[in-house]
Unconditional design. Structure first.
Length: 156
């Protein structure tokens, strides 16, 4: 299996998380500094005071985005095990992301009047609906399993 793409993806996701942390620091911790609010295009202390509550709120929003992004880099089962050790029930839904079968490709191609041109919006919507049906089936199956097999201390 080629690992270059997942590694590159993790690098870019990590960079995005760091950018969110940086924005948190600017908006929530360093806001009183003129250089900070000038970065956001504000010209006077009065303008900065008006925007301060919103900037503080947005800063924490960016911090939470960074945290969730960081969690997303880690395998879902590791996060679930971490939470379970602390008494928090967590579920990890693993869904099908298999390569398309020849039947899938034929079904997609049958939707396209001219395979040499990109699909129009209606055709693309039909294609996405076919793929979404699989995701919905997986989610429904997961909910059925969760409802019929409640978690107990022994099943952890």
């Amino acid at each position: 299996m080629n690992t270059a793409l997942p590694v590159a993806g993790s690098v870019f996701v990590s960079i995005a998380a760091l950018i969110h942390v940086y924005i948190f620091v600017l908006e929530s911790l360093c806001w009183p500094r003129p250089a900070t609010w000038k970065t956001f295009g504000l010209k006077s202390p009065a303008d900065a005071d008006v925007v301060k509550p919103m900037a503080f709120n947005q800063g924490f929003y960016n911090l939470f985005l960074a945290i969730v992004t960081g969690i997303g880099i880690v395998e879902g089962t590791e996060v679930a095990e971490f939470l379970a050790k602390r008494g928090i029930t967590a579920y990890v839904l693993k869904y099908r992301v298999n390569d398309p079968t020849p039947e899938d490709i034929r079904a997609f191609m049958a939707l396209m009047p001219d395979p040499t041109k990109p699909p129009d919006a209606a055709t693309l919507a039909k294609m996405l609906r076919i793929k979404a049906e699989v995701a919905v089936e997986d989610a429904m199956q997961a909910m059925r399993l969760l409802r019929t097999n409640p978690v107990t201390k022994q099943s952890r």
